[in-house]
Every structure is written in C-alpha cells, then in structure tokens.
Design a protein around this ligand. Structure first.
Ligand code: SF4
Length: 207
C-alpha cells in the first residue's frame, strides 16, 4: 500500500539517521547527523543506495522526532540526503532544526524544486533526470560525479548555471575511482576552478 505523505512536511519517509563524519564535498571532515529520506526516481545505474528508491519501504516518521534525535549529539549540523530529499517539502523540518541552532546541509540531485531553509546546498545533478533550472542559482557547491570521460564536458555545462561563489567539485564514482582519478587529477591541474572531492567516509570505513 502506498504511504500518504502529507504536503506540510510534518511526516517524512525516513530510511536511516546516524551521527557520523561528512565524507565528501566542502564539508568533508565535519561531524554531522545524517538524515536519509526514502524515495528517488532519478535512476542512476551506479547508485549505491538503491534501497532508498521506494519511499513506501521507509516508515513515515514525525519530523519533530527526527529533530529531537538530531539534537542529541555534540555536532550541530545535519546533512539531509536520500534518495532525493527534495521530493518532499522540507520547510518544516529545516525550520525546526534551525530553531534548535542546528546547521542544515542538503545533498540533492536538483530534480525537484527547492524547499527548506539551508546553510549549505550541495547540488549534484545527474544525467538521468535533468535538474530543475530554479536550483542552480542557490547552490553553494556543485558536485559532479565522474563516471566516464564525457562527464567533464557535462560538468562544465552545469558550472555555467551556478553563481560565481559556488564551489566546484569533481568526484569519481566509487566503482570507477581507479580509472577516473588520474583523469580528474589532470583535469583539475589544467582547470583549477575545480577541486577534487573524494568519498573519504568509504576510505575511513564509516557510514
Ligand atoms: S539521485 Fe542519488 S539516490 Fe537517486 S538514483 Fe541517483 S545516486 Fe541514487
């Protein structure tokens, strides 16, 4: 049976939540509480959280409960990820987190319009479902997952859409890292507006 998810964002399909270290992008190395919401229709064939795709498999959880859990830890930042978290209205959740002095970071493919109140927006567009054009201007960070050589040109197309202060990252797709990293290193040396992002949590063996 399909879950009825209210549009006011007071209930969200929660796949998992855990306190860890942000492993990738600008906030690498910072302690953060991860909130992974279920549901994604982007369909990346290399996705490493395919179990997130079906929102109905994940329990509808009161946003107030998620906020209460997030406040239990010394690190006062959350990363809201998925799945694709912008399938849902995140205004309620993020406003409550901010009322509790917690910084709000999001990881999104940008496939849906932006909701929520954010301290850091990581836009990681995917070829499989075009990002909503309204999001790029708000991105603090553009993170392109490099799976093959053609992804460099695709990265440049998206870099034209973000604001001048947006950080630009190239990150090898995990299963192709050995093959793509030498290309990424050369690319960044020749195009230093880009930086390298690595999935350091996988090297550290933490979630
Ligand atoms: S957007 Fe993220 S969660 Fe969705 S299929 Fe792609 S990698 Fe997986």
């Amino acid at each position: 049976m399909k879950n009825f998810i209210p549009e006011d964002g007071t209930l969200l399909p929660l796949m998992e939540e855990f306190y860890t270290i942000q492993g990738e992008g600008f906030n690498t190395g910072k302690a953060a509480y991860f909130i992974r919401l279920g549901g994604c229709d982007v369909g990346c064939h290399w996705c490493d959280v395919k179990e997130s795709w079906d929102a109905d498999l994940h329990p509808l959880t009161p946003s107030d409960e998620i906020v209460k859990n997030a406040t239990q830890y010394p690190g006062k930042a959350v990363v809201i990820t998925g799945g694709e978290p912008l399938l849902y209205n995140l205004d309620y959740l993020t406003n409550k987190l901010k009322e509790n002095n917690i910084l709000t970071f999001i990881e999104t493919s940008g496939a849906y319009p932006l909701s929520g109140s954010w301290d850091w927006i990581c836009l990681s567009p995917k070829k499989f479902k075009a990002p909503n054009p309204s999001i790029a201007q708000f991105a603090n960070e553009l993170k392109i997952i490099v799976f093959n050589k053609s992804d460099f040109a695709w990265a440049e197309e998206h870099a034209l859409l973000v604001g001048p202060n947006c950080k630009l990252y190239l990150q090898p797709e995990w299963s192709k890292a050995n093959e793509m990293l030498p290309l990424i290193i050369d690319y960044v040396k020749n195009n230093p507006k880009w930086e390298i992002s690595l999935q350091t949590h996988k090297y550290l063996n933490i979630p």
